[in-house]
Design a protein around this ligand. Structure first.
Ligand code: ADP
Ligand code: ADP
Ligand code: MG
Length: 455
């Protein structure tokens, strides 16, 4: 199969364009052309494509893209538009899951606007107590979620939350959910064909987050007992079946201190962190997605899935962790030297001399490492981080170096509050401006084709 990539002007130097067999420019952007269904479909038709893989981000969870593909006679590599629509709405998803008997925290339906909504919210609070999570029903990517500690905050935040939801997701619906205190984020990779077979590929722990967005992902969620992991995985399969799910998806849960688990949402697309599951399952999830979308049966049964070893992914972002993870877009990468070796996988799109577009997500490269034991994996990860040199923008690498040395990380003692409770992780030496200057000099020498060591 040949691949056609699409791009907007600010993305014209990204590597995906060179790797694809063909690249189609779809507009000046930024973002609005990637979000333009008509243009995406037109690019697919013109190039003679038979299918569209939506990736993650942008239109990946937009049911209208799946629908437009159906109408244009293209195969959408993902679930049906129907399923995407139902599950993209968190309140609707909760309803379907409640009917299927999937455990979840108490929550409300969509709340009305204005005073009426505030009254309903207060009634829920008096029944269930604070803290509460106020969530955008159409939210995603860690956005549109706020923790409400008391009635005063509820009054202050309610209208703002609605406005922000409207601006971000073009839908001002919000609802309340009870907070799970210091939970672990545990999710399950599932894959289903069109003939009723649904298989899970085990768990992932994604508790290490900033602003409700994942930074580090681990497969399997190794702190779970085998019995509990199995139960959560079987629940995930049941959830997928209840939604008539096909193709790859992720069922997300929160786990409390007493090991009770609660359904959170289903992501109807390939997840950024699918790489850790591929490592321990030995299954190419993207390839499987394509086969299933083409109408093939899944070639493996649940019993064929053998998970072994451990894998960790770290999202190497162009961000300054010390400055609230502020994006470092617009900067040029002066030196890029990546690690390698047994059990090391890199998924990225940048290179030395690349100027990071300001217009998009700050993820530069995903570092995924495999090991047969947990300690082996963490040791390998540390070696990789030590050898990974990216100068120009600040990145999350020095922060991760502290993280892999932290006894709580190594011991598996972390939950979604980990960053808040481990402020010493932010204590590290930045590359000095001298090092950056030297790096730029080396890059220049390198670009002139001279031997760096000789120079
Ligand atoms: P979630 O936090 O919803 O479980 P992910 O962490 O996989 O899922 O990604 C969250 C969202 O952030 C995605 O739906 C996507 O919109 C966005 N996102 C994350 N990384 C990227 C990226 N590299 N490029 C584009 N969008 C991204
Ligand atoms: P998104 O669609 O943005 O990924 P999620 O509903 O999956 O939103 O929640 C993202 C993160 O927010 C979770 O991983 C968790 O850290 C936090 N979170 C969400 N709901 C709750 C809750 N009820 N209690 C505690 N934390 C929560
Ligand atoms: Mg989520």
């Amino acid at each position: 199969m040949e691949a056609v990539g699409i791009y907007e002007s600010p993305d014209s130097e990204s590597r995906h364009i060179r790797i694809a067999n063909e690249a189609v420019w779809i507009g000046d952007g930024p973002r609005r052309d990637y979000l333009n269904i008509e243009k995406v479909i037109r690019a697919a038709r013109r190039s003679g494509a038979i299918a569209i893989h939506p990736g993650y981000g942008f239109l990946a969870e937009n049911p209208l893209l799946a629908k437009a593909c159906d109408e244009a006679g293209l195969i959408f590599i993902g679930p049906s538009s129907d399923v995407i629509e139902k599950l993209g709405n968190k309140v609707m998803a909760r309803k379907i899951m409640a009917e299927a008997g999937i455990p979840m925290v108490p929550g409300t339906e969509n709340l009305p606007a204005g005073d009426e909504g505030l009254r309903a919210a207060k009634a829920f609070a008096s029944q269930h107590g604070y803290p509460l999570m106020l969530k955008a029903t159409a939210g995603g990517g860690g956005r549109g979620i706020r923790r409400i500690e008391n009635e005063k905050e509820l009054r202050e935040q309610y209208a703002i939350a609605r406005q922000e939801a409207k601006a971000a997701f073009n839908d001002d619906s919000v609802y309340l959910e009870k907070v799970v205190v210091e939970p672990k984020h545990v999710e399950v990779q599932i894959i289903a064909d069109k003939y009723g077979k649904t298989v899970h590929l085990g768990t992932r722990d994604c508790s290490i987050q900033r602003r409700n967005q994942k930074l580090v992902e681990i497969a399997p969620a190794f702190h779970l007992s085998p019995e509990l992991a199995d139960e959560i995985c079987r629940t995930a399969v049941k959830a997928a079946k209840a939604a008539n799910y096909t193709n790859a998806g992720t069922v997300e849960f929160l786990l409390d201190k007493d090991n009770r688990y609660y359904f959170m949402e289903i992501n109807t697309r390939l997840q950024v962190e699918h790489t850790v599951t591929e490592m321990i399952a030995g299954i190419d999830i993207v390839r499987t997605q394509i086969k299933v979308a083409l109408g093939r049966e899944l070639l493996f049964d649940q019993d064929d899935v053998q998970l072994r070893g451990h894998a960790i992914e770290m999202r190497i972002n162009a961000e300054d962790p010390k400055n609230n993870f502020m994006p470092e877009g617009g900067k040029t990468i002066t030196v890029y030297q990546s690690p390698g070796g047994y059990g090391v996988r890199l998924d990225g799109f940048c290179y030395q001399g690349f100027t990071i577009p300001e217009e998009y997500d700050s993820l530069l490269v995903k570092l995924t490492v495999f090991g047969w034991t947990w300690n082996e994996t963490v040791d390998r990860l540390r070696r990789c981080l030590t050898n990974f040199v990216i100068t120009g923008p600040k990145t999350t690498i020095p922060f991760y170096l502290n993280l892999v040395n932290d006894p709580d990380f190594r011991g598996g003692n972390f939950n979604t509050s980990y960053l808040d409770t481990h402020q010493h992780l932010f204590d590290y030496e930045e590359y000095t401006s001298e090092v950056n200057k030297l790096a730029r000099l080396i890059a220049e020498i390198h670009n002139q084709g001279k031997n760096i060591y000789a120079a």
